[in-house]
Ligand binder design. Structure first.
Ligand SMILES: Nc1nc(=O)c2c([nH]1)NC[C@@H]1CN(c3ccc(C(=O)N[C@@H](CCC(=O)O)C(=O)O)cc3)C=[N+]21
Length: 261
């Protein structure tokens, strides 16, 4: 087993963010945020302070309507960026927000971004799938590879799948109701997991020669663990990008990179 990491990618992103003076602001938008959303927001705030990026930390109150939200967001400069921390308190009218926000979208949220990433434009992907896509494109030839993705959300699995398909991979998306997930995973060349169930996949799911990208983040006793129990895979001859020093550690930087024109 070979453990991969994103340390070089991280160094590259940090240098890029240090060397480009960013004039535009980033809007950090929450609505009844969960602990996970708040912790991700705090990672971003720490990075904004490190790179001298202005941010506006705005929590919408309970009763605000979608049109009031859009009015507030669109009152900023069109080159200022925004991120809506999901699930955004399960706000009902996401359609209206996806359709009408027109300042810079840093996390592939609007319908316009969704359409563009589907046609293969990497810059319009949300930060997490963008980080995964870049890592794969930099390190592997995707042509005729079988890729299986365990995640079917608008934030990760769907945009990643369409993008990788445009890049000539054969892609399968699993969901909670998939019955023969073990068979799909075992037959893949590259497996990307983002289910958020700590140590869920053991060695019975894998075989020699595979590449595993573990995007899962579960908090257990204050520590982040991934979906794949990589300690159990020691005897297999495969490559794994684990949760530690993996995609999570470059997601924030990838998001801020999108502020640079
Ligand atoms: N619109 C939206 N986009 C998201 O991408 C999004 C979201 N909403 N809601 C909340 C979840 C959670 N999430 C994490 C990202 C990184 C780490 C992570 O592991 N970060 C690094 C630190 C990163 C740093 O220091 O810059 C680490 O702990 O090593 C965890 C969780 C994204 N989310």
């Amino acid at each position: 087993m070979k453990i991969l990491d994103t340390k070089n990618d991280k160094k590259y992103l940090i240098d890029k963010l240090k060397n480009n003076k960013i004039q535009n602001k980033i809007l950090l938008l929450t609505h009844n945020p969960s602990d996970e959303e708040l912790s991700y927001k705090n990672f971003i705030i720490k990075r904004c302070e490190e790179f001298d990026i202005s941010y506006i930390d705005h929590e919408f109150d309970e009763n605000v309507s979608a049109s009031e939200m859009v009015k507030y967001i669109n009152s900023f400069n069109e080159d200022d960026g925004f991120i809506i921390f999901l699930p955004f308190g399960d706000f009902e009218d996401m359609e209206y927000l996806r359709k009408n926000i027109n300042i810079k979208d840093l996390d592939g949220f609007t319908y316009k971004s969704m359409g563009r990433s589907t046609s293969g434009q990497i810059d319009y992907l949300p930060a997490t799938p963008k980080a995964v896509a870049k890592f794969l494109l930099n390190n592997y030839d995707l042509k005729s590879k079988n890729i299986v993705i365990a995640n079917n959300t608008n934030l990760i699995g769907l945009p990643l799948a369409t993008f990788l398909s445009k890049n000539h991979a054969t892609v399968t998306i699993l969901n909670q109701h998939t019955t023969d997930d073990k068979e799909f995973i075992k037959n893949s060349d590259i497996f990307i997991s983002a289910i958020g169930k700590g140590n869920y996949y053991d060695k019975s799911y894998f075989k020699d020669g595979q590449v595993i990208i573990d995007v899962g983040t579960s908090y257990v006793n204050g520590k982040i663990i991934g979906d794949v129990d990589f300690n159990d895979l020691k005897d297999l001859d495969l490559e794994i990008l684990t949760s530690k020093n993996g995609i999570g550690s470059i997601t924030t930087l990838t998001l801020l990179e999108s502020l640079i024109e």
